[in-house]
Design a protein around this ligand. Structure first.
Ligand code: HEM
Length: 628
């Protein structure tokens, strides 16, 4: 690979910072530095990566539209999120919209459509069997997290992205190696490429995001204005429609039994819980606004409640979920700094922003929008690193929330799609469900930890997929570079041997070498990420983490409603206070007060909750495992 070109030039001061940390990191990696210095190191690393690792999915920025070709017909969207994602950027109103292409973290010439040989070698089904399949009784729990953390990240990804599949043309016919069984042929619809707008799209096709790319709660509000309208009540109260039965409120169903919410694919009990929770939070916000502003119309109430609810989810993700899964003091400081700045939460809550524009001193919200010269989109590589299917356990153990009595343990496979409400039907309440998720472990993101039901998954659209195979095929199909190239372009060291890749795990190195014919350059990004040694406290690889460094802050920094008009004029004083003073724990207790006692000592709602005495008697691996 030749020298990578930068898409933007850091300032003189930033270049000095970057070079200084390069020198320091030759001796000490960032994660071994004292906490404060480590956080500064990450801040400069982020600037460096922004220069190299942001690339538009279009050959021309004109695809982002202009006020001339995409006029704002309704002034409402100056101060409200548009469900199609339009007008977040007033200058380039189609940016981040439903149906816009995914971008790239690597130059497009390095993300080309594979040849048939490249697509199928080594055979993705063999990879799934060798490196993904969970062995019988071999669930590897992530003991620093709870199952809510797994459900949360799927819930968030449903806000951010979804690829469109091509159900009309010939599907992939995945070659099955001799002796490997599957019911019939293993076919998979191809990812639908966008039309060719430029000659470069032939070699590197663009793929569309059918969700808005913004952090706008589209998983609960929908990704079109029409979808949003259909989810609201017919009353002028700004609320989302919820159904009600003796167990409380829940997401209503359409005539075919599908959940009526913004994004209902890949539904299971975890989605049922989080969609319900944040629909309830939206409705609580509506009550608050109606009281504070009795003259507001239903639209005004809805718009502000959505703004606040979306910002709250972004904040919970930034300062709670991320430090839980990347449990390292530098990340704790760094992620808090993304929201509150290095001056910290207390001072920012008390005084507001003390630095007008510095995201480092006072955090990203309100620091000013900056796309780093590349139109905002989420990227193919961002999706690739969120392929975290191994977070899902085989079974979920259910308990009663107040005393902790064990009810039952159910295979997760029996709690998906139409069966997501099964526990509620058997008398387990939402409060019980949250308590149970609070003490169940998710799976660790590592080799051989895919739940087997996902490797034999029948979805309501009639498809039958091995998600291990699919995860590999999708990355290759969409031109995501393989592990070594991926690391090289993220300016990380590249292993020369399989043993170096696995951090000295000989047996794994041998298996990888065998499957990848001794060619380390062929190792898939996902397999390499699952095989490398992890930084202490981290729930996923450093390779994946580099993509997060760039993208986690970008989602905030590009958003007009977060980095831009982050003020009481946009959010109201009550709305801003709601975002800044609410945590995941508060949301849970607001809607399920029975959880208050359990959560009173919890520092982070995504770490295992304190168990009630009766739950401690349960011996299953779901809640009881040797701490790692
Ligand atoms: C019971 C739970 C789940 C089910 C049934 C499920 C199923 C699926 C299916 C069917 C797809 C589309 C596959 C294709 O491309 O043909 C998919 C994609 C994906 N899933 Fe899951 N999944 C689940 C949980 C999760 C979790 C916990 C995560 C963690 C973040 C996750 C992350 C992803 C990602 C990143 C994609 C790619 C989306 C895209 O291509 O745009 N999933 N999943």
């Amino acid at each position: 690979m030749g020298e990578q070109k930068k898409t933007f030039q850091p300032s003189f001061f930033e270049r000095i910072g970057i070079s200084t940390f390069h020198l320091i990191n030759r001796v000490v990696p960032w994660f071994k530095l004292p906490t404060f210095l480590g956080a500064i190191n990450l801040a400069f690393l982020r600037i460096e990566l922004r220069g190299y690792n942001l690339h538009d999915g279009y050959a021309s920025a004109s695809e982002q539209g202009s006020p001339g070709d995409t006029p704002m017909m309704d002034e409402r969207f100056q101060t409200a999120r548009n469900s199609d994602g339009q007008f977040n950027s007033l200058e380039q109103p189609r940016m981040g919209c439903t149906g816009m292409r995914f971008g790239r973290n690597f130059p497009r010439e390095h993300c080309q459509k594979p040849t048939e040989e490249e697509l199928w070698f080594p055979n993705p089904r063999i990879i799934s069997e060798k490196f993904m399949a969970r062995k019988e009784g071999g669930f590897i729990p992530a003991t620093t997290l709870n199952l809510l953390a797994a459900a949360w990240i799927q819930f968030q990804t449903h806000d951010w992205f979804n690829h469109e599949l091509d159900h009309e043309n010939e599907p992939h016919d995945i070659p099955l190696p001799p002796g490997h069984s599957w019911q019939g042929k293993m076919t998979l619809p191809k990812t639908k490429p966008d039309e060719i707008l430029d000659p470069s799209d032939v070699k590197c096709p663009g793929y569309k995001n059918v969700n808005t790319a913004w952090w706008d709660g589209s998983q609960i509000y929908g990704s079109t204005e029409e979808a949003t309208r259909a989810l609201r009540t017919s009353r002028p109260d700004g609320k989302l429609e919820l159904a009600e039965n003796r167990t409380g409120a829940f997401i209503p169903r359409d005539k075919d039994g599908n959940p009526r919410t913004g994004f209902s694919d890949n539904w299971w009990v975890g989605m049922e819980m989080l969609h319900t929770l944040f629909a309830l939070e939206h409705n609580a916000l509506c009550d608050m606004f109606q009281k504070a502003y009795p003259k507001w119309t239903g639209d005004q109430i809805f718009d502000k409640a959505r703004l606040v609810n979306s910002a709250l989810m972004a904040k919970i993700h930034t300062v709670e979920w991320t430090p839980a899964i990347l449990a390292h003091p530098i990340l704790e400081l760094g992620m808090n700094a993304n929201w509150w700045g290095l001056v910290g939460e207390k001072l920012t809550k008390m005084l507001g922003r003390i630095s007008k524009n510095s995201e480092i001193i006072s955090g990203i919200p309100g620091s000013g929008v900056d796309h780093d010269e590349i139109p905002f989109s989420l990227t193919e590589e961002f999706i690739s690193v969120y392929r975290m299917h191994s977070l899902l356990p085989d079974n979920i153990a259910f308990f009663e929330a107040t005393h902790g009595k064990h009810y039952t343990t159910t295979p997760l496979a029996d709690l998906t799609f139409q069966n997501a409400q099964k526990p509620l039907e058997s008398g387990i309440s939402f409060g019980d469900l949250f308590y149970s998720f609070g003490i169940n472990y998710p799976g660790a993101i590592t080799n051989n930890n895919y739940p087997n039901f996902l490797r034999d998954l029948h979805t309501p659209d009639g498809l039958h997929r091995d998600m291990g195979t699919v995860d590999i095929v999708r990355d290759r199909e969409r031109g995501v570079p393989r592990y070594c190239a991926f690391r090289r372009m993220l300016r990380l060291s590249v292993p020369k041997t399989f043993e170096e890749l696995t951090g000295g795990k000989k047996e794994l190195a041998e298996q990888l070498s065998e499957v990848y014919s001794g060619n380390i350059e062929l190792v898939d990004a996902l397999v390499g990420s699952h095989s490398e040694p992890v930084i202490p406290g981290f729930g996923f690889s450093e390779t994946a983490f580099r993509i997060f460094i760039v993208m986690a802050s970008r989602r905030l920094k590009s958003d007009r409603f977060i980095a831009g008009q982050w003020n009481a004029e946009m959010y109201t004083k009550e709305g801003l206070h709601w975002v800044q003073h609410t945590t995941m724990k508060d949301v849970l207790i607001r809607h399920f007060p029975e959880l208050e006692d359990t959560l009173k000592n919890s520092q982070n709602a995504f770490a295992p909750w304190e168990m009630k005495p009766d739950s401690k008697n349960y011996q299953g691996i779901e809640t009881n495992a040797k701490k790692t």
